[in-house]
Design a protein around this ligand. Structure first.
Ligand code: ZN
Length: 718
């Protein structure tokens, strides 16, 4: 399968404030001071059908600041009430009370995250700049609350001698370890420094990601009509539209984002322009101007190192990985290095193939030529025309395919919700109700927001407005998938690439992971970073199953299913260009690890990146998928810091699990294996140790062999 690595599954704000999320959720708050519930819509309880839904149609960014402040205040009062309890700490009066606290703030954060990802503006970015340090301070007030931690520790210690029920035991363990990792056991002096560091970091993170947005908007290449050679009609149309929106009627614009850079580099015949677009994209925030992020990275690395130093850790990676599936940096580097050898060897072969084509044009392959000549080789070697494939990939049909897979594997039914019943923030967003097919039980709502828009961040992602829990009345799931497809003209089908179709399934896999949650406590919903891409990646495999192909991958004009010969070509090409895609990913994943293992004192970030790549023998014909100054996964928050490797870690499981399906008589529609997968790998979320859960599913630990086979690399001898 062609795997995608650039997707985030949580909005930035949630990554930054994961600590807050760890213990916010779900509080009825009945007797709370009603005067605080001003007219501010963001503070109000969600009303309406389906257990209440967010008032996305009434949001106003002028309400954000006040709502966050009131929400934080309320949450702190709830924590005070817990610590003021004179009764001895128990699971009920401490842990359950914490699980209930912060409901209002949680709701506000959902709006805040949504605006940040979908409706960003210079005005909103100013609010973020102001609120980030305040939110960090708030978060520190809770994570460093000694009275609170003492109560948690007592409950935890007691649970070691008098065990609680399994799920309660796990909640206590996760909360206790989370607090310990966040400095709860530090002395008073160190705690002050710890909180200061987090506050400084929060500002740097916001600044880092806002610089990326700025540089995406700052660099646009305008083309004239005679410079469009090689480009598809749909791309040209959308380039014309953007140019005209930017006041350049009659020209064609290439915005500085992946969704334009990537097709342009693949198809444009204009080599000099390819170079220009490539340089703009890979120089984002590396232009020695006010949006340059190198200094931010240096500061972030130093502060991270100092912070974990207070806790007695050598480096950020050691600290971060202790509660991940990988456990430590050595395990991660072992995997990455093992695959690196195979993938760079493959790059050499790919370049040789491309050079053979380029020789006739007297061209030596440079990084801005890779995608272009790869496409030529693809056509020559496999006779596969990406544009022909597109004719069978209509977004509407793919959406039906998602529902089909959800029905077959998860036993879910998706029914469109009548327009106007559930508020949305933009008219293109559609909503479905999800129910269990056998019981008719309501499971949740699924929002789909497919189109690119100004203020929306690039890429595709899944997010959760409300997660499942039942310890305090049953809460049902509100999940959303967001992508950046270019909206077609009225009446025209939206045709997408095979990669984009794969991504569409990927993000839906995250949503299914949200929907299938069967956990009692909110804390058990938290993802484990190097495991949370498994559920999304595994779903990608259903795209090329016969049942999906025959029903949904049909030609937009003739309605004929994708011909067997074309499918065979796609399957044959699935290992094509794996040298490139695996290597560009690995370079970023390894860089992420190296930055956080190294000593950042006096580090020259630019030089470090360069020297690390040289030491790795990075092939000169390609570049890291995310260069350091715009590596948002790692530096615009902490969600993916020393965690970018997680995509590959999870893919080891994905490939291994997919082979298990492929070996059953019914393949990917095997009922028993599907049920096992949902039971052990989806429903428990973090209520079960992921490695244990995987063993229950597979009967053994995952092996790397399937991943290597999937990518067409030699399987290492064990
Ligand atoms: Zn993902």
């Amino acid at each position: 399968m062609m795997n995608q690595y650039f997707k985030l599954n949580t909005p930035k704000s949630i990554m930054i404030f994961s600590l807050i999320i760890a213990f916010t959720s779900c509080n009825q708050n009945k007797e709370k001071d009603q005067t605080m519930q001003t007219n501010n819509i963001l503070l109000q309880e969600w009303t309406g059908p389906y257990g209440g839904v967010p008032a996305f149609d009434k949001m106003n960014i002028n309400d954000v600041k006040n709502a966050l402040e009131v929400g934080m205040q309320e949450n702190l009062e709830e924590i005070d009430a817990i610590t003021a309890n004179s009764d001895a700490p128990t699971f009920e009066n401490t842990i359950v009370a914490m699980e209930k606290a912060g409901e209002t703030l949680d709701r506000v954060q959902k709006y805040y995250g949504l605006i940040s990802s979908n409706l960003s503006s210079p005005e909103f970015r100013e609010i973020q700049n102001e609120m980030a340090p305040k939110l960090s301070e708030f978060s520190s007030k809770i994570s460093q609350n000694k009275k609170l931690f003492d109560r948690i520790k007592t409950v935890y210690d007691n649970s070691l001698t008098t065990p609680l029920e399994d799920d309660q035991q796990r909640v206590v363990k996760l909360i206790y370890e989370g607090f310990a990792m966040d400095g709860a056991e530090l002395d008073a002096v160190k705690k002050i420094r710890y909180a200061e560091i987090n506050k400084e970091l929060s500002t740097l993170y916001t600044n880092f990601s806002n610089n990326i947005l700025a540089d995406e908007e700052n660099y646009v290449v305008f083309l004239s009509e005679n410079q469009l050679g090689g480009l598809s009609e749909s791309l040209i149309k959308s380039m014309a539209k953007i140019a005209s929106e930017k006041g350049q009627e009659g020209k064609y614009a290439i915005p500085n984002t992946r969704s334009y850079m990537s097709p342009f580099l693949t198809y444009s015949n204009e080599r000099e322009l390819r170079k220009k677009v490539w340089e703009n994209y890979y120089s984002r925030c590396d232009n020695a101007d006010e949006f340059d992020n190198n200094e931010n990275v240096a500061k972030i690395l130093k502060l991270r190192k100092e912070r974990v130093g207070l806790l007695g850790y050598d480096n950020f990676a050691d600290w971060r990985l202790q509660n991940r599936m990988a456990k430590n940096p050595e395990n991660v580097m072992k995997l990455l290095n093992q695959v690196w050898e195979a993938s760079t060897a493959r790059v050499n072969e790919e370049v040789a193939d491309m050079q053979a084509v380029a020789n006739s044009e007297n061209i030596t392959i440079e990084p801005w030529d890779y995608s272009y000549y790869a496409e030529k080789v693809r056509k020559q070697k496999y006779d596969l025309d990406s544009d022909e494939v597109k004719q069978y990939l209509q977004l509407d049909k793919l959406t039906e395919a998602l529902f089909f897979v959800a029905k077959e594997v998860f036993n879910y039914k998706f029914t469109p919700v009548a327009e106007g019943t559930v508020p949305v923030f933009q008219e293109d967003i559609k909503v479905w109700e999800v129910t269990n097919i056998d019981t008719g039980k309501h499971i949740g709502l699924w929002y789909l927001d497919p189109f690119a828009r100004k203020g929306k961040r690039s890429g595709a992602w899944a997010t959760m407005y409300r997660s499942y829990s039942n310890f305090d009345g049953e809460k049902t799931v509100l999940a959303s998938n967001n992508s950046n497809f270019v909206k077609p003209a009225a009446g025209e089908p939206l045709l997408v690439s095979w990669d984009d179709a794969t991504t569409f399934l990927h993000e839906f896999g995250h949503a299914l992971h949200f929907f299938s949650a069967n956990v009692k406590y909110p804390t058990l919903n938290n993802g484990v970073r190097d495991y949370t891409e498994f559920q999304s990646q595994v779903l990608e495999h259903w795209l090329s199953t016969d049942k999906v192909i025959n029903q949904f991958l049909v030609h937009h004009k003739t309605g004929e299913p994708m011909p067997a010969a074309l499918i065979a070509k796609i399957k044959k090409t699935s290992t094509f260009n794996q040298g490139f895609s695996t290597t560009e990913y690995l370079a970023s994943a390894i860089m992420d690890m190296k930055f956080h293992i190294a000593d950042p004192t006096n580090m020259d970030v630019d030089a470090f990146e360069r020297e690390t790549l040289t030491a790795l023998n990075m092939p000169k014909e390609l570049v890291m998928r995310h260069r350091t100054p715009h590596f948002g996964h790692v530096f615009s928050g902490e969600g993916y810091a020393t965690a970018y490797y997680g995509y590959m870690w999870a893919d080891v499981l994905t490939a291994d699990a997919a082979e298990a399906f492929a070996k059953t008589p019914d393949g990917f529609y095997d009922k028993d294996l599907s049920a096992k997968m949902v039971k052990y790998l989806f429903a428990p979320r973090n209520a079960m140790d992921p490695a244990e859960a995987y063993k229950l599913f597979r009967g053994r630990d995952a092996k790397i062999d399937a991943l290597m086979r999937d990518r067409g690399f030699p399987v290492p001898k064990s």
